[in-house]
Design a protein around this ligand. Structure first.
Ligand SMILES: Cc1cc2nc3c(=O)[nH]c(=O)nc-3n(C[C@H](O)[C@H](O)[C@H](O)COP(=O)(O)OP(=O)(O)OC[C@H]3O[C@@H](n4cnc5c(N)ncnc54)[C@H](O)[C@@H]3O)c2cc1C
Length: 478
């Protein structure tokens, strides 16, 4: 059976022994660390929902490769229906966890490689597509979570990889051996790398002659020797460790920097090695899939914000205020346009030479530009509706303090029939939704910086067709 239960997923992580550091200390138990566990629980929701009757049809699908039911997060899209189902699944999960569920970048990598490896083989008679298919079979049979190692640390942004003073600023091949390659470098912002079984590495940018050692794609287990996860600090990260004022009491997100300190990769796990001209295709495919994916999950996150805003209106006694209702409508409108763009990108998907379906890049990038601005606007509206205590609500520990607890409760009371504890919980949740840097910054930079989306939008637009339409109507020939 290829599907893991939530419990089997968590136990499978427990058997792994990754090298990880957080707040300056080496970690020997990832799964039971409250900070990381909240992230693992978010990914676990992708397994949990696959077990529930209500969601099974959305999450579980059939793999033609292994001829068994698989979790959709392991299946490169084989039809427009798969592309559409992916956006719907993401919205459901985004709504369920109220943060990032950290499994979608792995699918973006699998989908990308299922197209690019085939094209590289066709041109160079290499064996990458076979390698990839064996890897995919392993991922599907074991229902694994994969992490996307795409963003290099990049050093001096004005220099290409081979021009950098320190050659390790972009991950590269330092040794080619009979049995495999050795790689060195670091990947930044690795969402959920310790919740993953496998790390898939792709190049982060277009490459040119001279950059051959940087044109590398591969997959390795997250606990490979030489691989070091350094968990990044984010704004609310100590709340889970303190066990107090957590906000989202079930789920969270964390993003390590991943250092590849001379890591060995066997040849059968290598999917690109030196073919520089395919780096750009790899990046464009990955980032476009990822931008399509964001339209689903972020719409689900705005659903949570809208629910929080409406509940807060009840708790504050402002539910009849017309201007607040208008702001809620503005939030709903933002979620639906984001979702609509991603669905449209999926419905316009086309089959590629390998058989995999790829989305419409123009619509996916439009969706992501929209997200970068409008998620921030949705957050602003939610805070406007909720009130200033999003910023500085007294702690639950103040409530528990015998000297001031009752006084604090008295003054934090809102609507008459609402217990003060409920109002405080909702304020905390709104704080988490709006102030958790791992989420809010990802709305802007996740899947590439906003300028990357804009450049793609201009490049993919049929500029001449637009000019011709204008000239024809103006009566200009040529
Ligand atoms: C919370 C979060 C989660 C993420 N998760 C993942 C993940 O799981 N996997 C992964 O691989 N990546 C992940 N990312 C990385 C994300 O894709 C990058 O942050 C994004 O591509 C921007 O890269 P950067 O952070 O290095 O910023 P930079 O590339 O330094 O960009 C900063 C600014 O400088 C501009 N700029 C940069 N270089 C140039 C140049 N040469 N010329 C002109 N302008 C330039 C950019 O347009 C941007 O405005 C995540 C990011 C965040 C914030």
């Amino acid at each position: 059976m290829s599907l893991k239960s939530k419990q089997e997923y968590i136990e499978s992580l427990r058997r792994m022994q990754p090298t990880a550091y957080m707040f300056g200390e080496k970690l020997d138990n990832i799964v039971d660390n409250p900070r990381l566990r909240a992230g693992i629980e978010a990914t676990a929701a992708t397994y949990e929902l696959a077990e529930l009757e209500e969601y099974r049809d959305l999450i579980v699908t059939h793999s033609p490769l292994i001829n068994e039911p698989v979790n959709r997060f392991t299946l490169p899209p084989g039809s427009v229906e798969d592309l559409v189902a992916r956006v719907k699944m993401n919205r459901t999960l985004g709504q369920r966890v109220g943060t990032c569920f950290q499994r979608c970048t792995g699918l973006d990598c699998l989908s990308t490689l299922s197209i690019v490896c085939y094209d590289v083989d066709k041109k160079y008679n290499t064996n990458y597509f076979e390698n990839f298919k064996h890897f995919l079979e392993y991922v599907q049979k074991n229902d694994l979570t994969c992490n996307a190692g795409v963003t290099d640390v990049k050093g001096d942004r004005s220099q290409s990889p081979h021009e950098q003073q320190d050659k390790d600023m972009y991950l590269h091949v330092v040794e080619k051996r009979d049995d495999g390659i050795v790689v060195r470098g670091a990947k930044a912002h690795q969402t959920g790398s310790l919740s993953s079984h496998e790390i898939i590495v792709l190049p982060t940018r277009a490459l040119r002659q001279g950059d051959e050692e940087y044109a590398v794609a591969f997959a390795i287990p997250a606990d490979s020797p030489g691989l070091i996860h350094v968990v990044g600090r984010s704004t609310l990260d100590h709340r889970e460790i303190e066990g107090c004022d957590i906000g989202n009491v079930r789920y969270s997100k964390y993003c390590p920097t991943l250092i590849f300190n001379d890591v060995f990769v066997p040849w059968d796990r290598v999917f690109l090695c030196g073919e520089t001209e395919f780096a750009v295709d790899t990046v464009v495919k990955f980032s476009s899939y990822h931008r399509q994916s964001h339209g689903g999950c972020k719409a689900g996150n705005i659903d949570c914000m809208t629910g929080a805003a409406l509940t807060m209106m009840e708790y504050n006694g402002t539910q009849k205020a017309g201007h607040l209702k208008q702001k809620v409508i503005d939030m709903i409108h933002r979620a639906e346009t984001l979702y609509g763009c991603s669905l449209a990108a999926s419905y316009e998907g086309k089959q590629q030479s390998s058989g995999t379906y790829f989305i419409d890049t123009l619509l996916a990038n439009a969706s992501k530009i929209h997200e970068g601005k409008e998620m921030t606007e949705a957050i602003r509206l939610m805070i406007d509706i909720a009130g200033g205590y999003v910023a500085d609500l007294p702690s639950d520990r103040d409530i528990q303090n015998p000297e001031i607890g009752e006084l604090v409760k008295k003054y934090l009371k809102g609507a008459q029939d609402v217990p003060v504890e409920k109002r405080m919980k909702m304020y905390r949740f709104i704080e988490k939704l709006s102030q958790e840097s791992a989420d809010t910054i990802s709305n802007i930079h996740g899947g590439g910086s906003p300028e990357a989306h804009r450049i793609t939008l201009f490049r993919e637009s049929d500029i001449n067709k637009k000019k011709q339409a204008a000239k024809r109507l103006a009566g200009i020939e040529g």
